[in-house]
Design a protein around this ligand. Structure first.
Ligand SMILES: Nc1ncnc2c1ncn2[C@@H]1O[C@H](COP(=O)(O)OP(=O)(O)OP(=O)(O)O)[C@@H](O)[C@H]1O
Ligand SMILES: [Mg+2]
Length: 306
């Protein structure tokens, strides 16, 4: 178990700056999900945390100790990748115990730790098989098991379930939730799947173009997004945005199934108002298009001065 602290983390490849100053604390035992558009820097940040890449600027500490220059094997971090990365010629048990074997751990201890991890992930009966004799979901369990046997201080997951079909993903999501309960280890989890992030994470970090847009509990991000990007990114289907001209603050607009009041502080400048589709009841006869927010009479939106 460990607390992870990132301050002012920057990463450049050549002249391109990919991470532009990341400040973030992951508490001991916390499950934190990174979400954000493709290319925003999620995998890069994970690689910096586990030490596969070097930090360009900033500081990273685990339990208060600065680890910028500590080699990956000494950080006590285990990473699980999307592409299981198992050794095809080794049995499941050997794949899982390999890192311990490299570290010179006695055979009996390796076997014991492999068996415990196999039990957590319910793959005890596959220990003698080769990876090719397993389904995708079973292979990913082995990859996760390989991380568990190392008894890391922190687990990192980079989209571990995205190669699996929808039903297996649901099953594995439950498996990961169980693992979180049983082990209580600090976990950082990158995903494109909002349901995964919302259901598994204690805290979600929304990244965009190398910066943190917002950090919060799943419900905080959903209910109180602090900016337009987070409002539009979190939620599926996405939030509708209505452009508002200057001077419409503190007025009420009719929309199908109800009305919305524009907050008074939006009066001065042109802005937008966001409405979550699921918050509105739209009678079927008006539901032509999910984004169709015309009023019940079919007219354009009407403004009602207070
Ligand atoms: N080794 C590298 N050399 C140069 N540019 C890189 C390198 N690795 C990543 N990048 C660039 O850094 C940016 C962030 O990449 P990264 O893989 O972290 O994105 P990501 O958020 O994980 O995206 P995805 O959701 O598609 O996995 C991208 O623009 C990518 O092209
Ligand atoms: Mg990635």
């Amino acid at each position: 178990m460990a607390k992870l602290e990132l301050s002012g983390i920057r990463k450049s490849f050549g002249t391109t700056e990919v991470l532009k100053g990341i400040d973030l604390t992951v508490q001991d035992g916390e499950f934190v999900a990174f979400v954000g558009p493709s290319g925003c820097g999620k995998s890069t940040l994970l690689r910096l945390i586990c030490g596969l890449d070097e930090i360009t600027a900033g500081q990273m500490a685990i339990d208060g100790e600065i680890v910028n220059d500590v080699p990956p094997a000494k950080r006590g971090i285990a990473m699980v990748f999307q592409s299981y990365a198992l050794y095809p010629h080794m049995s499941v048990a050997d794949n899982m115990g390999y890192a311990l074997w490299l570290a010179g751990t006695p055979k009996a201890e390796i076997r014991a730790r492999v068996e415990i991890a196999a039990k957590v992930l319910r793959i005890e009966s596959y220990l003698d098989r080769k990876p090719r004799q397993l389904s995708g979901g079973q292979r990913q369990r082995v990859a996760i098991g390989r991380a568990i046997v190392r008894e890391p201080r922190i687990f990192l997951f980079d989209e571990p379930l995205s190669n699996l079909d929808a039903s297996l993903r649901v099953e594995m999501r439950i498996e990961i939730a169980r693992m979180k309960e049983r082990l209580g280890t600090t976990m950082v989890y990158v995903t494109h799947d909002q349901v995964e992030a919302m259901t598994l994470a204690d805290k979600i970090v929304v990244l965009n173009a190398g910066k943190v847009e917002q950090v919060g509990s799943p419900l905080d991000l959903y209910n109180k997004p602090t900016n337009r990007f987070v409002a539009g990114f979190i939620g599926s289907p996405r939030m509708n945005f209505l452009p508002l001209g200057a001077g419409v603050g503190d007025q009420r607009f009719a929309i199908p199934g109800g009305s919305v009041r524009v907050p008074p502080d939006l009066a001065a400048k042109p802005s937008e108002i966001g409405i979550r589709p699921e918050r509105r009841y739209v009678p079927d006869r008006y539901r032509r298009d999910p984004a169709d927010l015309r009023s019940p009479g079919g007219q354009a939106l009407r403004a009602y001065p207070n």
